[in-house]
Design a protein around this ligand. Structure first.
Ligand SMILES: Cc1cc2nc3c(=O)[nH]c(=O)nc-3n(C[C@H](O)[C@H](O)[C@H](O)COP(=O)(O)OP(=O)(O)OC[C@H]3O[C@@H](n4cnc5c(N)ncnc54)[C@H](O)[C@@H]3O)c2cc1C
Ligand code: FES
Length: 499
C-alpha cells in the first residue's frame, strides 16, 4: 500500500546530496525533521558550522506525516499539565508554545510553500458523555492563561456538538513538509551542510563522532533530533510509543473553513482542510494505537469508516501513518543528557511546536545560556509523583512484552505455507525468525529480536514492517532500521530451507 502522506505527496522534492568522506564541524545534528532543520537554520544563521545528517529525505519522519496544526495547548489536554505540574507551569508551557508558533509565522512570511494560516482551534464533544471532559479542559486552559472562549455550534459539515465546545482563537496551521523543505534551503544558504540518505549507523556520542555508509562526521557537539534518541537512553523507559493513521479525502464540498477541529467522543478525530495543486482535501487523523501490538490494517480501516460515516463515502487520496512518543509527565525531554549529546523527544502529538521550542532552546544552550524553560524540560528532571505512575505502567508493558513473546511466539508456522504478502514468526533450523514473503514471492527472514534491547518484533500489515512494542523501533522486511532507538539492523538469516 502506498503510505505517502498528503504533505509529502504534494510538496516539492528536497534533493540534498549524501554525505561523502570525513568531515569536521562545530555541531552535528542527526535527523532532518522540524527539530533538526530549525536548529540547523538557527545555528548557521548565527555563524556556527553545522552538519545535518538525515537517514531518508527531510521530513520523512513524523514531521511530513503529521497534521500540520500549530497550537499553544497540548493535544492530550492542558488539564493533564495543570494536574501534574500546577497553574504556573501550565502558563509557562502555553506561553513558550505561543512564542514558538509566532516564530514559525515570522519564518513563513518568506516561505510561501509552508502555506501558513492563522485559524481557530475548536475542541468539542460529539457525545454527551464527553461534555464534562471538554468543560474541564476549558477550565484548565483558563488557568493556563489562554484566551479560550465557549463555542456554540460546529461548522458544517462537521458532526454536531453534543453540548460542550471550546474555541482557542488565533492558533495556526501550515504545510509541514513544505515548511521543513523551505527552511532547509534557508539553512543551506546560510552555510549549513545538509545531507539526505545519510543514515547514522554508528554513533559515539562521548567522542562526538557519527558514521554513515559513505562518510563520517566529527563534531564538538552532537544533537540527536531523531524524534526518539538513537541508542540507549533513560527516557526511553518512560515514554509510551503509539502509531496514528491519517487519511486525506478528496473534498469538493463547502466548509469547513480553516480551523483545527478536535472531536471528542467514543472515537477521537482530528479534522482540517488543506489545498494543494488546485485540489482540496479533508485531512482526518484518528486515535492512537500502541506500536507493534495492534492490527495495523484494522486501525486504518476504522479511521476510513469513521470518516465515511461523518463525511460521506468519498475517494481517499492519501493514507499514511506516523509515530508519537509521549513524556511520562506530560512534558517533552529537551537538553543534554547522560550520553553527553543533546536530545529532544517526548513530544506526543504536539511536536511541530515542541520541536520548534527544542531547536530554539538548544541553540541558546549551545551558546552557553541557561534559559529557565531548559530546567523544566531537562531530560533528567524530577518528575512529579503523578507522572511516576506512567513510568511504572510503561516499564510493565515492556516487561510483559519480553515475557509474553518468549512464551508464545514459538508456535511456529511452516515457511513453505507462507503465501505472498503473508508474514509469520517461524521456527527454522533451530532459530525463531520473523519471515515475510513479498508479493513477488521472495522470502525475507530476519531475527525476531529487536537490536535495541531485545524485545520481539511484530508484523505491521499496512506498512510492511517489523515493529517493536517496547520503545518503537521499526524495521523493513530485510531488517534495516526505519525508525526508533535501534541503530543496528535485525540480523538477516540465510538458511538453506528458505525460498
Ligand atoms: C499522526 C500524527 C499527527 C501529528 N500532528 C501534529 C500536529 O498537527 N501538530 C503538532 O505540533 N505535532 C503533530 N504531531 C507530532 C509531530 O509530528 C512530531 O512530534 C514532530 O514532527 C517531531 O519532529 P522531529 O523533527 O523531532 O522528528 P521527525 O520529524 O520524526 O524527524 C526525525 C528524523 O530523524 C531521522 N533519523 C532517524 N534516525 C536517523 C539516523 N540514524 N540517522 C540520520 N537520521 C535519522 C528520521 O529519518 C527523521 O526524518 C503529529 C504526530 C503524528 C504521529
Ligand atoms: S525498541 Fe527497545 S527493545 Fe525494541
Amino acid at each position: 500500500m502506498d503510505t505517502t502522506s498528503v504533505w509529502r505527496g504534494t510538496a516539492p522534492p528536497t534533493g540534498f546530496s549524501m554525505l561523502s568522506g570525513e568531515v569536521a564541524t562545530d555541531v552535528l545534528i542527526v535527523g532532518g525533521g522540524i527539530t533538526g532543520v530549525t536548529l540547523a537554520a538557527l545555528l548557521a544563521e548565527g555563524g556556527r558550522q553545522v552538519v545535518l545528517l538525515e537517514a531518508g529525505e527531510l521530513g520523512s519522519g513524523s514531521t511530513g506525516n503529521s497534521t500540520g496544526n500549530l497550537y499553544e495547548t497540548v493535544a492530550g489536554g492542558m488539564k493533564d499539565i495543570v494536574s501534574h505540574w500546577g497553574d504556573d507551569v501550565a502558563r509557562r508551557v502555553a506561553a513558550e508554545r505561543r512564542s514558538a508558533v509566532a516564530f514559525i509565522e515570522a519564518r513563513c512570511a518568506h516561505l510561501p510553500e509552508a502555506a501558513f494560516r492563522r485559524c481557530p482551534h475548536v475542541i468539542y464533544s460529539t457525545e454527551p458523555s464527553h461534555n464534562a471532559q471538554v468543560e474541564d479542559e476549558l477550565e484548565a486552559l483558563r488557568r493556563a492563561g489562554c484566551a479560550v472562549e465557549r463555542g456554540l455550534a460546529a461548522p458544517q459539515p462537521l458532526p454536531a456538538s453534543a453540548g460542550a465546545m471550546l474555541v482557542l482563537p488565533d492558533q495556526a496551521q501550515f504545510q509541514p513538509q513544505g515548511y521543513v523543505a523551505a527552511l532547509a534551503r534557508v539553512a543551506a544558504e546560510a552555510g549549513a551542510r545538509i545531507h539526505e540518505h545519510s543514515r547514522v549507523v554508528e554513533l559515539d556520542a562521548k567522542h562526538r563522532k557519527a558514521v554513515t555508509v559513505s562518510g563520517s562526521v566529527t563534531a564538538k557537539e552532537v544533537v540527536l533530533a531523531t524524534h526518539t534518541p538513537k541508542g540507549f537512553h533513560l527516557v526511553q523507559a518512560q515514554m509510551p510509543v503509539h502509531r496514528e493513521y491519517g487519511i486525506a479525502l478528496e473534498w469538493d464540498a463547502d466548509g469547513p473553513g480553516p480551523g483545527i477541529f478536535h472531536l471528542r467522543g467514543q472515537d477521537r478525530l482530528s479534522v482540517r482542510t488543506m489545498e494543494a495543486g488546485g485540489r482540496r482535501y479533508l485531512v482526518c487523523v484518528g486515535q492512537e494505537h500502541k506500536v507493534g501490538i495492534h492490527n495495523a490494517k484494522a486501525g486504518l480501516l476504522a479511521l476510513e469508516n469513521q470518516a465515511h460515516r461523518h463525511f460521506g463515502v468519498r475517494p481517499v487520496a492519501f493514507r499514511w501513518s506516523a509515530q508519537n512518543y509521549r513524556g511520562a509527565d506530560g512534558l517533552p525531554y529537551i537538553g543534554r543528557n547522560h550520553s553527553e549529546a543533546f536530545i529532544a523527544t517526548g513530544f506526543a502529538t504536539d511536536g511541530l511546536v515542541w520541536g520548534t521550542v527544542a531547536a530554539r532552546l538548544i541553540e541558546r544552550q549551545l551558546a552557553g545560556e541557561s534559559p529557565a524553560i531548559g530546567e523544566l524540560l531537562r531530560p533528567g528532571r524530577l518528575t512529579p509523583l503523578k507522572g511516576a505512575k506512567n513510568i511504572l505502567e510503561e516499564s510493565a508493558t515492556v516487561v510483559k512484552q519480553l515475557v509474553k513473546d518468549y512464551l508464545t511466539e514459538r508456535q511456529a508456522e511452516q515457511l513453505a505455507r507462507l503465501a505472498p504478502g503473508d508474514s509469520a514468526i517461524v521456527e527454522a533450523e533451530g532459530e525463531t525468525l520473523a519471515a515475510w514473503r513479498s508479493p513477488e514471492g521472495e522470502l525475507h527472514a530476519v531475527s525476531n529480536t529487536c537490536t535495541h534491547l531485545g524485545c520481539k518484533v511484530h508484523w505491521n500489515s499496512v506498512e510492511a514492517s517489523w515493529d517493536c512494542p517496547c520503545h518503537g523501533s521499526r524495521f523493513r522486511p530485510d531488517g534495516t532500521v526505519i525508525e526508533g532507538p535501534a541503530v543496528a539492523p535485525l540480523a538477516r538469516k540465510h538458511l538453506k530451507s528458505l525460498g
